[in-house]
Design a binder for this molecule. Structure first.
Ligand SMILES: Cc1ncc(C[n+]2csc(CCOP(=O)(O)OP(=O)(O)O)c2C)c(N)n1
Ligand SMILES: [Mg+2]
Length: 572
């Protein structure tokens, strides 16, 4: 059935349109939302009606999954939750994979949709877009899914979602506004402004953590996506402790990767995992240290490793109490926001340093806290970087393309990637991030079709920064239609598609299992021509000509008045 108009209550005057849609959009505006990603449909127009009045920009991707990933890219770059507006039924179910990605990566995403009218829940009457129980389905996949009963309740649900994003482990939230509520009257006022205060820290746990760190000889810091907003504090902590810092992929750039203490987003490599066991104090901030980051390895001294266990103190900080215990025991557990925790540690450690300096002047320094005993952090980090360099194949096309892109686009380039080898065997390690917003990626959910829309959202979130998408051919075909969105928005994004003729990683896995490869070699579209058909520029470069042609192609794409698809052809 095609979308068809529905009876709409109200007259053209503003008062008549003071409806549930207004309650929700006013609440978004009150929480600082100025951009929403979504596709309009018959049922969600009473959301759309009010956007302009609040100066909220509507971005229209070509598929709701693209809307979700663009919202995610926007969020990572801008630091503000991504908001997605779908219609009921298929619009909502189309965004589910992006929402599940936001859940896996702990990133805030607010999804708003209409739902069947009150009283028609599970009625199965054949209404347009009718879905058996959409908010029931989403409640199983998201952090929270609310089906509201009133316009006031819908506005409150928006405020609650922002409170959750600011005060808990972030993730996706869905608010379903029944059609009768969306289109029915509302006489309320706007919601509380964002953000609310972070939760207070347990001071005694911070004391214990500071003491352990002050006495440490070989400290190591592991920072994850939950510490992205604490980059300045983690940097200061690394300095005061002379401690090397390794990050997960989602934490990439928390410590400038050119810093002498930086090990990079390299927790996957055995040398770094061994260093995590050799450390006497391991400080783990904002990460569950997930297997999707460790590739089957382990971080830290595990419970069953015998006597060595006693030799290591593990300090963990997370905003989610459940995360504090995942994948590695913790000896000192700090529930709270990473920046607040790191500030608390810094205050205590610098007070101790001052006291020690004073004591040293009187020749009474306690040997156990003598910073002279601590191993040289920069030397340890340099040795680890060298060990990683031996393990990481810099000749892989993903590493080469990433290095050439960064050389051409500048050190502050934002790179979006996908579940392609060019990303996880390339950009994750080869990109040299100075700040924690330079890699748009989803290592946990590892879905295909993220990179193209995420780059669009990223560029919208940082209009003055160079944003480059680098993805495989398989990943590109999951979201190629979003090139048309970038054309409409006139975004000068180079979309580099590294084409190896199919699902190479899966082909390798088939070979490893003794399966003769099939279903993985794919027809190779002419991506440059396809781009041109959508109004973008298209360039093709043979992999043998990368050094010669890729930097110039990237530079001219970044200076263009719209997107460019750069088709890099590998021989197969
Ligand atoms: C939505 C989704 N479907 C299937 C997969 C399984 N999968 C993982 S990698 C991959 C191949 C991706 O191809 P491409 O982007 O060209 O990267 P390549 O492996 O060739 O480097 C596939 C099919 C997935 N991760 N996500
Ligand atoms: Mg491929």
């Amino acid at each position: 059935m095609n979308d068809r108009p529905i009876d709409r209550a109200g007259s053209p005057d503003d008062q008549a349109y003071s409806n549930g849609g207004l309650a929700v959009i006013a609440a978004l505006a009150a929480h600082g939302v100025d951009t929403v990603f979504g596709i309009p449909g018959t049922h969600n127009l009473e959301f759309y009606r009010h956007l302009d009045r609040f100066g909220i920009r509507a971005i229209t991707p070509r598929h709701e999954q693209g809307a979700g990933y663009a919202a995610d890219g926007y969020c990572v770059v801008s630091g503000r939750p991504g908001v997605v507006l779908t219609t009921s039924g298929p619009g909502l179910t189309n965004v589910i994979t992006a929402a599940a990605t936001a859940y896996a990566e702990s990133r805030p995403m607010l999804i708003l949709s209409p739902g069947v009218p009150t009283g028609l829940e599970r009625a199965d009457v054949g209404m347009l877009h009718e879905t058996k129980d959409s908010s029931g389905a989403l409640s199983h996949l998201l952090v929270a899914a609310h089906r509201t009963r009133t316009a006031e309740g819908a506005a409150q649900a928006v405020a609650d979602a922002f409170a959750l994003f600011a005060g808990s482990r972030p993730g996706p939230v869905h608010i379903e506004v029944p059609l009768d509520v969306l289109e029915g009257g509302w006489h309320g006022t706007t919601a509380e402004p964002w953000p609310p205060r972070p939760r207070p820290l347990a001071e005694d746990a911070v004391d214990t953590a500071a003491e352990a760190l002050a006495d440490s000889v070989r400290p190591l810091i592991i920072a994850g996506g939950g510490a992205r907003a604490a980059s300045a504090q983690i940097t200061a902590l690394a300095r005061i402790l002379d401690a090397p810092v390794a990050t997960t992929a989602n934490g990439k750039g928390i410590l400038d990767e050119t810093d002498p203490l930086a090990i990079g987003a390299n927790v996957r490599w055995p040398a770094v995992q061994q260093a995590s066991r050799d450390a006497d104090v391991l400080l783990v901030v904002g990460t569950e240290i997930a297997d999707s980051d460790l590739w089957g390895g382990l971080i830290g001294v595990q419970e069953d490793s015998g006597p060595a266990n006693a030799a290591q103190t593990v300090i963990r900080c997370d905003i989610d109490p459940d995360q504090l215990h995942k994948n590695l025991r913790g000896d000192v557990l700090v529930l709270g926001d990473a920046a607040g925790f790191a500030d608390g540690l810094l205050a205590r450690l610098s007070a101790r340093t001052d006291a020690d300096t004073g004591a040293a002047a009187h020749a009474t320094t306690d040997a156990a806290t003598d910073p002279g005993e601590r191993e040289d952090g920069a030397q340890r980090a340099a040795a680890l970087r060298q060990a990683v360099a031996r393990e990481f194949d810099t000749s892989h096309i993903g590493a080469r393309v990433t290095a050439l892109v960064q050389e051409a686009a500048g050190h502050d380039v934002i790179v979006s990637g996908d579940s392609s080898r060019v990303t996880y065997d390339g950009s994750v390690h080869a990109l040299i991030a100075r700040t924690p917003d330079q890699l748009l990626y989803m290592p946990g959910y590892a879905t295909l079709g993220y990179g193209i829309p995420a780059a669009i959202g990223g560029r919208l979130g940082a209009p003055d920064r160079p944003v480059v998408c680098i993805v495989g051919d398989g990943a590109a075909m999951f979201a190629i239609q979003e090139i048309a969105t970038a054309v409409e928005l006139a975004l000068p994004i180079p979309f580099v598609i590294v084409d190896n003729g199919g699902y190479e990683e899966i082909e390798h896995q088939m070979v490893e299992r003794g399966i003769s490869p099939f279903a993985v070699r794919l027809h190779r579209p002419d991506f440059a021509l396809l781009a041109e058909s959508m109004g973008a520029r298209g360039v093709a470069i043979a992999h043998t000509d990368l050094d010669e042609h890729l930097p110039a192609a990237i530079r001219s794409a970044l200076a263009a008045d719209g997107p460019t698809v750069v088709h890099v052809l590998e021989s197969t």
